[in-house]
Design a protein around this ligand. Structure first.
Ligand code: ADP
Ligand code: MG
Length: 239
C-alpha cells in the first residue's frame, strides 16, 4: 500500500537542519499534498525522495525497496518522475521537440508520434507545438514540463509548486490534469501553496513547518486545525 516510505529522514546543510526526522508515507494511488510556509523544507524533502541529495540520517523506501543509496537515474528507472520548482524546459527548442526528447526514453517511431500528439492535446499545447518553448507563457512552460515528466509514464509523479505563476484558470486546469492521471492509477505527491488547488486535488495532506511534520490527515482535518492556520494560512495571507 505504501509506494513511498520516508523513515526518520533528516537533511542538514552545515548548521541548518532543513529537514528534521521526517516520517512520510505516500500510498499507492493517492494524490498527496505537501504544504507549509516558505523555507519549511518541502523542496529539500522532494530532492531527498528523488535522490538529488543524500539524507544526513534516515531511509527512503520505494515499493518496499530501500533506495536510500540509489542515484536519481536509478530511481527514475524504478518509476519516479519529478518536476522541480523552477521550470527547466529546453527554451531554445520547439515545444514538440521538448516532448519528443522526453518520450525517446521509452518510445520510438509511430508509437512515439501518437503519444506526442496525445500529450500535446492533453496539455493544451497542440496549437503552440511549433513555438520555441521559451516563447510560451510561464504557465504553459509549467505544463510543458509536467508533460515531459508524464512522458516517462511514472508510477509516482512528484510536482514541486506546479501552479506557481499560473492564472486561477490555468491552476484549475492543472488540477484537472493531475486528477485525470491519478484516475488512470498514477500516484502523485505535490508541493503547493495555493489552497484552492489543494482543495481540488488532495486526498491527504501533510504540513511541514521548520523542517518537521507539523500535521497530517484529510484536507478537512487540516483546514480545521487552528495551529495550521496560524503557521501556514496566516503567513500566506500576509504576503
Ligand atoms: P521550501 O521548499 O519549503 O520553501 P526549502 O526546502 O527550499 O524550503 O528550504 C528549507 C531550508 O533549507 C531553507 O532555510 C533554505 O534556505 C535551506 N536550504 C535549502 N537548500 C539548501 C542548500 N542547498 N544549501 C543550504 N541551505 C539550503
Ligand atoms: Mg520550495
Amino acid at each position: 500500500m505504501a509506494l513511498v516510505d520516508v523513515k526518520g529522514v533528516s537533511k542538514r546543510f552545515g548548521g541548518l537542519t532543513a529537514v528534521s526526522e521526517v516520517d512520510l508515507t505516500v500510498n499507492a494511488g493517492e494524490v498527496h499534498c505537501l504544504i507549509g510556509p516558505n523555507g519549511a523544507g518541502k523542496s529539500t524533502l522532494f530532492k531527498l525522495i528523488v535522490g538529488l541529495y543524500p539524507p544526513t540520517t534516515g531511509s527512503i523506501f520505494f515499493d518496499s525497496v530501500d533506495i536510500t543509496a540509489e542515484r536519481p537515474y536509478a530511481r527514475v528507472q524504478r518509476g519516479m518522475s519529478i518536476k522541480m520548482q523552477a521550470p527547466s524546459v529546453f527554451k531554445e527548442l520547439p515545444v514538440r521537440q521538448n516532448i519528443q526528447i522526453a518520450l525517446q526514453e521509452r518510445l520510438s517511431g509511430a508509437e512515439c508520434r501518437a503519444e506526442e500528439e496525445r500529450l500535446l492535446a492533453l496539455l493544451n499545447l497542440a496549437e503552440d507545438s511549433g513555438k520555441l518553448a521559451g516563447a510560451l507563457s510561464h504557465g504553459q512552460q509549467q505544463w510543458l514540463e509536467i508533460g515531459m515528466a508524464l512522458a516517462l509514464q511514472p508510477q509516482l509523479l512528484l510536482l514541486d509548486e506546479p501552479t506557481a505563476g499560473m492564472s486561477p484558470e490555468e491552476t484549475y486546469k492543472t488540477g484537472e490534469l493531475i486528477k485525470s492521471f491519478n484516475a488512470e492509477g498514477m500516484t502523485v505527491l505535490v508541493v503547493e501553496h495555493d489552497m484552492a488547488f489543494v482543495r481540488q486535488v488532495a486526498q491527504r495532506v501533510t504540513v511541514l513547518h521548520l523542517g518537521k511534520i507539523f500535521a497530517r490527515g484529510s484536507l478537512e482535518s487540516i483546514l480545521e486545525d487552528e495551529k495550521v492556520a496560524e503557521i501556514y494560512l496566516g503567513k500566506t495571507h500576509a504576503h
